[in-house]
Design a protein around this ligand. Structure first.
Ligand SMILES: Cc1cc2nc3c(=O)[nH]c(=O)nc-3n(C[C@H](O)[C@H](O)[C@H](O)COP(=O)(O)O)c2cc1C
Ligand code: SF4
Length: 423
């Protein structure tokens, strides 16, 4: 079944029903189904979607935006900045119309005149989505935009900034639901969230909430990689045991030294803790991880985890917009500390210095980029403490000099030229 064809898609799911618009400062009735569904965004933060919808409409009404002709804007975030994630690309490659249905339904309930789908420049799914858009005749214009393939350009204020002003850097203090694209109230939702909205508009909130967990209903996509026999993207009910997810990927293909959850802005968890957990925000958090954008990476035990973490830390430092102190100076220093610890001449004082620097970058940036990177590094120091002890004695357990975690081209840390190359 080729769901990229609109007629096949509509034959399979049924046509998207007509969605009514907002009235006297309240969203259209789809918001009640979103409330019943309990849908939480799948872009990383798991923020309740209905709350965002209310916030956008209230913000528009409070600023008399309607009378000024400044209606809300909708953005589908299909940037998928996390290199270890492939769920949004797979979803759009196989089922672009479901995501676009969600955009149409959300735009209608907000009374938006304009909607965008943002896919990073150079992505192979641009062609698929271009063809899907050409087949459709939506009441709202959906424009495909291609911001630069930078990690922080997929943050929501950066997306609004790029669409409005052509610069894909995060903007301090501007929350898109209040002041997004050209200062209009803007609803930014992840591509997978949009697909769930497309289904809820058809089948209702109760249907959606009939699986999953009370605090996080529905299904979710998980990008599973590393030492598993069948890596890929799978859909599971929220709350599925992690052991079952690994079984669905045909088990481990080798020994793993630890799990990365949530990607490079996420957290490391020991295999024992995570295998006892369920794939839900609460259960993964209780195990010390973060479900984030649905990333699960079983790290190959043959590689040096400290070297892997140092490589990614340098990459994350180079991906920042270089606008704030924690990104300009903090992240490069943390990555340099990790280089020393991952080497053969590490001293306990190097570990102490890193641990002292970690809190200095947290909660101090214009966006959450430094916080996520610090969590990625801090949890690695905890989960791989036995490996740190080996390195302090001048040994490394790695049996290969190969690397495991993907990074897309290393850039220098942007000290001295903040915001360069974000157009
Ligand atoms: C540095 C950074 C990078 C992000 N990258 C993405 C991304 O690639 N895709 C995405 O959907 N959300 C990303 N987010 C989260 C977005 O800012 C935003 O919260 C999300 O798109 C909202 O959608 P949701 O409510 O459906 O989850 C990122 C956040 C940060 C701080
Ligand atoms: S914290 Fe980093 S990525 Fe975020 S706005 Fe500041 S410099 Fe840019």
């Amino acid at each position: 079944m080729d769901l990229r064809s609109l007629s096949v898609h509509e034959a399979h799911f049924g046509r998207l029903p007509v969605v009514d618009g907002p009235r006297i400062g309240k969203p259209g009735s789809l918001v009640h189904e979103l409330e019943k569904s309990g849908l939480r965004g799948r872009g990383g933060g798991w923020f309740p979607t209905a709350r965002k919808v209310h916030a956008v409409v209230e913000s528009a009404a409070a600023r008399r935006a309607w009378s000024a002709g400044r209606k809300p804007v909708v953005i589908a975030n299909a940037m998928e900045g996390e290199p270890a994630s492939s769920k949004d690309a797979i979803l759009l490659r196989h089922n672009p119309h479901l995501v676009l249905d969600g955009v149409t339904a959300l735009a209608a309930t907000l009374g938006a005149e304009k909607a965008y789908i943002a896919i990073h420049r150079g992505s192979p799914i641009i062609d698929v989505v271009t063809r899907a858009l050409a087949d459709r005749n939506d009441p709202v214009t959906i424009e495909l935009v291609t911001p630069p393939a930078r990690y922080v350009s997929s943050e929501e204020s950066a997306l609004s900034h790029w669409i409005g002003d052509g610069v894909g850097t995060p903007v301090f203090g501007k929350r898109p639901f209040e002041r997004g694209v050209n200062d209009r109230p803007t609803a930014v939702q992840n591509a997978e969230t949009m697909a769930h909205i497309g289904l809820i508009a058809r089948f209702g909130g109760e249907w959606f909430a009939s699986v999953g967990e009370p605090t996080a209903p529905g299904t979710c996509l998980v990008s599973v990689s590393g030492v598993v026999n069948s890596p890929g993207v799978i859909e599971v009910a929220v709350g599925t045991p992690v052991s079952e997810i690994i079984n669905r990927c045909n088990g481990f293909s080798g020994e793993s030294s630890g799990f990365l959850t949530g990607g490079y802005g996420g957290a490391w968890v020991s295999q024992d803790s995570l295998m006892a957990a369920h794939w839900s925000p609460d259960s993964v958090a209780a195990a010390g991880g973060v479900i984030g954008a649905g990333i699960l990476w079983a790290l190959d035990a043959r590689t040096c985890p400290l070297h892997e973490v140092a490589r990614v830390a340098h990459w994350m430092a180079g991906e920042s917009a270089g606008q704030c102190g924690p990104c300009r100076f903090g992240l490069p220093s943390l990555a340099d500390d990790l280089d020393v610890i991952a080497g053969k001449h590490a001293q306990m004082s190097d570990v102490h210095r890193l641990n002292a620097r970690l809190p200095l970058v947290q909660m101090r940036g214009g966006c959450k980029h430094p916080d996520g990177t610090a969590r990625f590094i801090g949890t690695a120091m905890h989960v791989f403490q036995a490996e740190v002890a080996h390195h302090l004695r001048g040994h490394c357990c790695a049996t290969t000099s190969g690397t495991a975690l993907p990074i897309a081209g290393m850039r220098p840390s942007p000290v001295g030229f903040p915001g360069k190359d974000f157009k």
